[in-house]
Design a protein around this ligand. Structure first.
Ligand SMILES: [Zn+2]
Length: 262
């Protein structure tokens, strides 16, 4: 089901004519329409969960509500298969490189990824936007947190993935002095890179939820961030100075941020 915005008769004449498949949300830039067009013509989470055919439209709507320069698109891929990855990632050669590359394809190696971002080391931090991929598992119940609603969990994951896209676009800025990008990504131990990225995405979610006073998802994000921080420190190659710096600075940022928020 789709919720159609009702436009008061008096304003109908002022409303631009649009082909039926154009989203009303396009009119949102015009302040005049805002009060009467909420809720907009957007598929709800519950509708998308119940009807897989509506999920792409739901994700499009979510991205419109949560715009991010680093995310040009959230693409729904019910099952992750290499052949499903769309352009510009669809050439065999490139896909193989992503999957085989030592720092590429982070999160895609999980057997049931809910959402993920593909990293291409050669363009990491080179200001390219990165699409987020969402699978059917995004709409599954959260593990281990029965009180968290599936909707809050799924939306939290989408915010989480956008942080990965931002890192991929701007480079992973760890503190004030360290940026991981195409120039040094291969100097960092892959597990340190991966775990540091997860600390950052979960920490960002923790801060966002604290700002909204929402403790359940905030607590979940905090615990995830702390767990990944343990893994990050565990995966440090003690001979690798970049590993040591990233792990130390990212851990300090995590601890200070949590202390400040609580
Ligand atoms: Zn992640």
């Amino acid at each position: 089901m789709v919720i159609i915005a009702r436009v008061p008769a008096a304003e109908k004449s002022a409303f631009p004519s649009q082909p039926p498949n154009v989203r009303w949300t396009a009119a949102r830039d015009t302040p005049f329409f805002i009060p009467d067009l909420i809720p907009l013509c957007v598929v709800s989470y519950e509708e998308a969960k119940a009807e897989p055919g509506l999920r792409q439209e739901y994700l499009d709507g979510w991205l419109e509500d949560n715009p991010c320069k680093a995310v040009p698109k959230i693409l729904y891929l019910p099952n992750v298969k290499r052949k499903d990855i769309p352009p510009p990632y669809d050439t065999d050669k490139l896909i193989k490189r992503i999957w085989k590359s030592k720092n590429g394809g982070v999160e895609a190696e999980f057997s049931k990824p809910r959402g993920f971002v593909l990293y291409i080391p050669e363009i990491y931090g080179k200001m390219f936007p990165h699409p987020v991929f969402a699978t059917q598992f995004l709409f599954d119940r959260p593990n281990g947190y029965p009180d968290m609603t599936t909707r809050n969990y799924s939306e939290s994951l989408l915010h989480h993935e956008t942080i990965h896209s931002k890192d991929a676009m701007y480079g992973m800025k760890v503190g004030r002095s360290v940026v991981i990008d195409y120039s040094n990504i291969d100097d960092l131990t892959p597990d340190v890179f991966h775990n540091a990225g997860e600390v950052r995405a979960n920490l960002a979610e923790f801060v966002r939820h604290m700002g909204m006073g929402n403790s359940l998802e905030g607590t979940w994000s905090k615990i995830e961030a702390q767990n990944y921080a343990y893994d990050m420190r565990d995966s440090v190659d003690k001979e690798n100075s970049l590993d040591l710096i990233v792990s130390k600075v990212q851990s300090r940022i995590l601890d200070r941020t949590i202390a400040r928020c609580e």
